[in-house]
Design a protein around this ligand. Structure first.
Ligand code: FDA
Length: 405
């Protein structure tokens, strides 16, 4: 069967739902298509099931993009306070956990229900379990705008496993590649290619890092151990928990730095941030405590025992030469290790890279050269740091396109 709508949105995740409700509330007729049987799976599993839906402190610096200023406009027009107000108006309680991160008090399902209800109230037509087979552009020129500059003509025909849709605007909100079992596909990138839009190289972000098995052998037994550390790469540093895994490192500090890390390059880790091990050695120069016990006062003893053998026998502190003590302190505050890779898209929270923002309008998310075609959310080359920033980008970019399409 054939249908006509003002707007088709492909992908009913965070960005797609926000775009749909925004556009439909403006009186546009909207159809929302998703190939999954369940929509917004990533909202459901996010934040340990409680969705870290935004952050109180959102700045452009919290986002990674080849074009760092691109996100500014959309983020300024749909702020964390807008989303907080939406939750408050609908009686969804939330709390700040740490570092400005806001979570639902009960479950992320509350946010999914709210977005679905808002879409329903605004008459968004939803098609789930709907495979998109073909997108056919009809009029690819600006001349299809009317005198008021509105996109009111049929521009795209979308053939799906269910019906065929004729629309004037098409919004791609199919997200990134991470966690394929949630319904992630490369669809959005393929559509960008179909329309000759450039793509910034894709790579997994917010992802655990791995090390060569022979290099990691001394630490593999520490799996599950975690403690605060400061992890640095280039100009970026994050002080947060470091978690040992069988294959390498994870925890918030590592997830954060993973989005900046470049293959083949070392990370520097301060294992005892805020303290000076050298000063502690000087203070306790005559200590007869075994070195593992001495360091074990400040760090988990299991870690000290696994880490110290690189310096030789585990002697009492007073038997180490000043040079060796200096080397231990230096290495503890600047542990340089080179990951061999990441745990990939099956474990990554996000995909870095995506549709090149230089091809999009920062105000509307519309492709500069293809009137009526919009890209929003994670499929775009804008990636947030850990802490609610990725959902804030999904809401803000979804809102921007919803106001324009
Ligand atoms: P999203 O992935 O949400 O939605 C895309 C939709 O498109 C899906 O419904 C999918 O089924 C559909 N789709 C894909 N291919 C399609 C096709 N070919 N045809 C039709 N439909 C298709 N962020 C944050 O800010 N706070 C947090 O707490 C977390 N936590 C978190 C945990 C985990 C485990 C993950 C994997 C990710 C997070 N994130 C997060 C990141 C966040 O979930 C993510 O950035 C947003 O969901 C992106 O929103 P989008 O709407 O762009 O894509």
């Amino acid at each position: 069967m054939d249908h006509s709508f003002d707007i088709a949105i492909i992908g009913a995740g965070a960005a797609g739902l926000m775009c749909a409700l925004t556009a439909a509330q403006r009186g546009r007729s909207v159809v929302l298509l998703d190939h999954s049987a369940k929509l917004a799976e990533k909202i459901r599993i996010s934040g340990g099931g409680r969705c870290n839906f935004t952050n109180l402190d959102v700045k452009p610096e919290n986002f990674i993009s080849d074009n760092p200023h691109f996100a500014r406009s959309a983020l300024a027009r749909y702020t964390p306070q807008h989303f907080i107000s939406l939750l408050d108006e609908n009686g969804i309680s939330w709390s700040e956990k740490e570092l400005g991160q806001l979570f639902c008090d009960d479950s992320s399902e509350a946010i999914i229900k709210l977005l679905k209800d808002e879409c329903e109230a605004a008459n968004v037509r939803r098609y789930i379990s709907c495979e998109v087979h073909e997108i056919k552009p009809l009029h690819n020129t600006p001349s299809t705008k009317n005198k008021a500059g509105e996109l009111n003509k049929e521009r795209f025909v979308i053939k799906t496993s269910r019906d065929t849709f004729h629309v004037s605007s098409l919004v791609i909100a199919t997200g990134g590649l991470s966690i394929p079992k949630t319904g992630a596909t490369p669809f959005g990138y393929k559509i960008a290619e179909q329309f000759n839009l450039p793509i910034v190289k894709l790579r997994p972000g917010l992802v655990p890092l791995t090390f060569r098995p022979d290099e990691w052998e001394p630490y593999a037994g520490l799996s599950g151990l975690s403690f605060p550390a400061e992890v640095s790469f280039g100009k970026q540093s994050f002080r947060n928990e470091l978690l040992f895994t069988h294959r390498g490192l994870s925890g918030p500090a590592i997830l954060q730095i993973s989005s900046y890390w470049e293959h083949g390059q070392p990370l520097s880790i301060d294992l005892l941030p805020g303290r000076d091990l050298n000063a502690l050695f000087e203070e306790h120069r005559s200590s007869k405590m075994l070195m593992s016990n001495f360091i074990g006062q400040y760090l988990p003893k299991r870690f000290a025992e696994a880490w110290l053998p690189q310096f030789g026998e585990n002697l009492p502190v007073n038997q180490w030469s000043p040079k060796k003590l200096l080397a231990i302190a230096e290495q503890l505050h600047h542990w340089r290790i080179t990951p061999s890779g990441t745990q990939g898209y099956t474990k990554a929270e996000v995909t870095c890279g995506g549709v090149d923002t230089r091809a999009l309008s920062s105000k509307t998310m519309e492709a500069n050269e293809i009137p009526g075609l919009f890209f929003i959310g994670e499929v775009v080359d804008v990636t947030g740091q850990l802490g609610g920033y990725n959902f804030q980008w999904a809401w803000a970019s979804g809102y921007a396109a919803g106001m324009a399409a």
